[in-house]
Design a protein around this ligand. Sequence first.
Ligand code: PGA
Length: 253
Amino acid sequence: MRKQIAAANWKMNMTFQQGEKLLDDILGVDIHLKEHQQVIFAVPFPYLLMTRSEVEDEFNYEVAAQNCYHKKSGAYTGEVSADMLHSTGVNYCIVGHSERREYFAETNAMLADKVNLCLENFITPIFCCGEALSIREANTQNDFVAQQLKESLFHLSAKQIKGIIVAYEPIWAIGTGKTATTGQAQEMHAHLRSVLAGQYGADVANEIPILYGGSVKANNAKELFSCPDVDGGLVGGASLVATDFVEIIKALK
Ligand code: PGA
């Protein structure tokens, strides 16, 4: 079975102490993940080491950075490289979240560089794609997301792409409380998988987890995750509430 993943994206929320308590509350609940299930906490940079030590003894719990820079090293004050993340034991990194694309002008080409640097440093990118409302209204979302994959991922070999997690996050559903319907989610995830299959073949495409993100909540996770091509979620707001995130973890296939 493909990996099923509940990934928490804290964004720029929580003090260190609040973050520690949240992790304690979540990890204090006895959830035995199955072999194919995984929980990933994408936390702010200063909390990565604390989070890593919190999950150290937990089976299939992992830590992710929310971003890394698209250059190897050098005079880029305030930035963090993939190599630095690797050297602190971080194995996952969100790449191309729509908030980064929008507020920090990240382009598909820059994201291709980030993906490369992550892979060179043994970090699994959680690559985000997804369309704005205007694109959905014009019904051009399928071409739009295909182009995002093409420009940021399709230079990779089949072996490399198997080391990627894709997250489909329709921008109109992020933080809005407006979730894609299961029909919309499944349709887009199947489309993404077929785009990946077109480039790399069905066997490779079938191995790549595709997460859904955008107002995943405790009360809709089960339904969303039940879609055959939805392999879990990238969760913002609801990952900040222990009881809610625990329910979301339990909703994994
Ligand atoms: P949300 O955020 O769950 O608060 O909509 C999801 C995300 O941006 O990853």
